[in-house]
Design a protein around this ligand. Structure first.
Ligand SMILES: [Mn+2]
Length: 315
């Protein structure tokens, strides 16, 4: 990555580590993908596109970058997928403890094993809202539990995993999936209430793991394993804005951008998706500031697991 680079080219004033409310961790990892390689180039393409994006969000009438976005040093550990997951876990947890809103850009989906592990250790009763074409529920693949095809297995065992947009899986994964908490794309296409039904299954604390191949390949072709029949832009934004409004989204990752130098619109969509998610987060937060602050004290509820870091946070 270029030296002194900032997210979206924002000025130093809004990108300092200590004052930024938001941290963006790039994880340019592509060790286990099985078909098209190249998601290791995702973070750079995402950042390039972000630099060419308008920073006023029309819908919320906000400029969320003014909350501060710190571009963390990329996690480049790639000696093995297990070592990468451990490094992502450690880095993510370090920034959660500093009370940042932590976001990650991949890289392939196995990075989420590390980010989800960190959030699950820090927040009570965590929901992982998994938006993807693929179920990613294999316990092992190619002799490792840290393959991208296994990205959600751990979450299926120890979080409230809710899966949305799924349209590709192996029969073995049907034994792991929770039928009540999986929204298949073909059913969503015929169910106008799917958004409300998903939200009803979420606990208060939600981590979103967004695999870009959830989108229809007609609007996002540059991904490792494109699958027909995916989500479109406005229904996705409608869904996300409601999740951010009704739940405490504690962080998110966006993965599987596999850039193609002849097709930049996918990079731009990823960049815009990220910015929309931040805009929704801080728009809803600003509207409930008192609520959030009240809960950060000795109260339990949303931030209770964070209390164990209280001494470190007070430093
Ligand atoms: Mn996928």
């Amino acid at each position: 990555m270029k030296a002194n680079r900032t997210y979206a080219g924002i000025s130093e004033q809004f990108s300092k580590a200590d004052t930024s409310k938001i941290v963006l961790i790039p994880v340019p990892y592509d060790g286990t993908s099985t078909w098209q390689k190249g998601s290791d180039k995702g973070p750079d393409a995402f950042l390039d596109a972000s630099e060419n994006m308008e920073l006023y969000d029309i819908e919320t009438q906000t400029e969320v970058y003014k909350e501060g976005v710190y571009l963390a040093e990329a996690v480049t550990e790639n000696r093995s997928s297990g070592a990468m997951v451990a490094a992502v876990h450690q880095t993510t947890k370090q920034y959660i403890k500093r009370n940042k809103f932590v976001t990650l850009i991949g890289g392939e989906h196995s990075i989420s094993i590390g980010s989800i592990r960190a959030f699950n250790e820090c927040y009570d009763n965590l929901t992982v809202l998994h938006i993807d074409a693929h179920a990613d529920l294999r316990k092992k693949y190619d002799e490792t539990p840290y393959n991208h095809a296994c990205a959600m297995y751990e979450a299926s065992q120890n979080t409230n995993l809710v899966q949305v947009g799924i349209r590709s899986m192996d029969i073995s994964e049907t034994r792991v999936m929770n039928q009540e908490k999986i929204f298949f794309a073909h059913e969503m296409a015929a169910n106008e209430y799917w958004i409300d039904e998903v939200i009803d299954l979420l606990t208060d604390n939600v981590f979103i793991s967004f695999d870009l191949d959830a989108f229809d390949p007609s609007i996002l072709p540059s991904t490792g394993t494109p699958e027909p029949g995916g989500l479109f832009w406005y229904e996705t934004l409608d869904f996300l804005s409601k999740v951010f409004k009704e739940k405490n989204v504690v962080g998110f990752d966006i993965v599987e951008l596999c850039p193609n130098k002849h097709e930049k619109s996918s990079d731009f969509l990823a960049a815009k998706l990220y910015y929309k998610m931040l805009s929704y987060k801080f728009y809803s937060n600003d509207n409930d500031d008192d609520f959030i602050e009240d809960n950060q004290g000795d109260n339990d509820s949303l931030f209770s697991k964070l209390n164990k870091f209280k001494d470190e946070l007070d430093d």
